[in-house]
Write a protein that binds this ligand. Structure first.
Ligand code: ADP
Ligand code: MG
Length: 243
């Protein structure tokens, strides 16, 4: 469904991504993981066409993703940016419905969709009139997810959607997210820096380091990797969380 071919991207001579090749199958869940600064967010931004590769190309259902097509792509891909990215001056309802209003959906359709999504992400309906600052971290992420799902996209790109949450809320939202992915049958690319979370969600885990993919596969395959970085990364995380 999404094909990333030989993609490289530099910022002022710094290689953020180097010759990335990756195929993301329809309705699979792919998790990008790796140390801070390894290029995970940059890769998501390229997939949705917010940023352009220096070399290589990205195909979405066989069509090249280009920045000028951003609006078309935006209709097919929902995106939750790191930290949620809700507009602070809009209440939850207006954040979620912004694109649908722009596309001139009629009110009934908007109401129906928002009702369905609030149930899906388990957001109490009275929270919809509140501004992001009035919501808890978990509620804000539920609203961000509603916004990403509003237009019923085929693809969901989630950049550390649970990163800022405290552990108990995180576990609740993990469960809800997994149930949502399974029930909706979307293609999902999710960024995390937590290997357990990666294992919980992923059909395929993509481990990145300094702009390159160093391992990909299921958790079991990563655990069997002879690569010293893979071993070190897994040991550091699993060792640290051993409780
Ligand atoms: P990650 O999400 O894995 O933490 P990023 O994709 O955000 O990493 O960043 C990868 C590298 O590219 C980092 O070194 C970062 O500083 C750099 N980078 C990302 N975006 C920009 C930008 N717009 N301008 C300059 N450097 C950037
Ligand atoms: Mg990032």
């Amino acid at each position: 469904m999404i094909e990333i071919k030989q993609v490289s991207k530099s910022f002022k001579g710094h290689h953020a991504l180097q010759s990335i090749n990756l195929k993301i199958e329809k309705e699979s869940t792919v998790v990008l993981i790796g140390p801070s600064g390894c290029g995970k967010s940059t890769l998501l931004r390229l997939i949705i066409g917010l940023s352009e590769a220096d070399t290589g190309m990205i195909l979405f259902e066989g069509m090249k993703v280009e920045r000028q097509d951003f609006l078309n792509i935006r209709l097919r891909m929902g995106y939750v940016i790191q930290e949620g990215g809700l507009f602070p001056h809009l209440n939850a309802y207006d954040n979620v419905t912004l694109m649908a209003k722009y596309l001139k959906w009629d009110n009934n359709r908007i109401e129906e969709r928002i009702h369905k999504l609030a149930n899906l992400v388990r957001l109490p309906h009275d929270k919809l009139s509140q501004f992001p600052i009035q919501l808890s971290g978990g509620q804000r992420q539920r609203v961000s997810l509603m916004r990403a799902l509003m237009l019923d996209p085929d693809v969901l790109l989630l950049d550390e959607p649970l990163g800022a949450l405290d552990p108990m809320i995180r576990v609740d939202l993990q469960k809800d997210l997994k149930a949502i992915f399974q029930s909706l049958g979307k293609t999902v690319v999710i960024v995390t820096h937590d290997i357990r979370e990666a294992n919980y969600f992923a059909d395929t885990i993509i481990l990145m380091k300094s702009g390159q993919i160093v391992a990909d596969g299921r958790m079991k395959e990563l655990e069997g990797s002879p690569d010293p970085f893979v071993i070190r990364f897994l040991n550091a995380q699993i060792g640290m969380n051993n409780d």
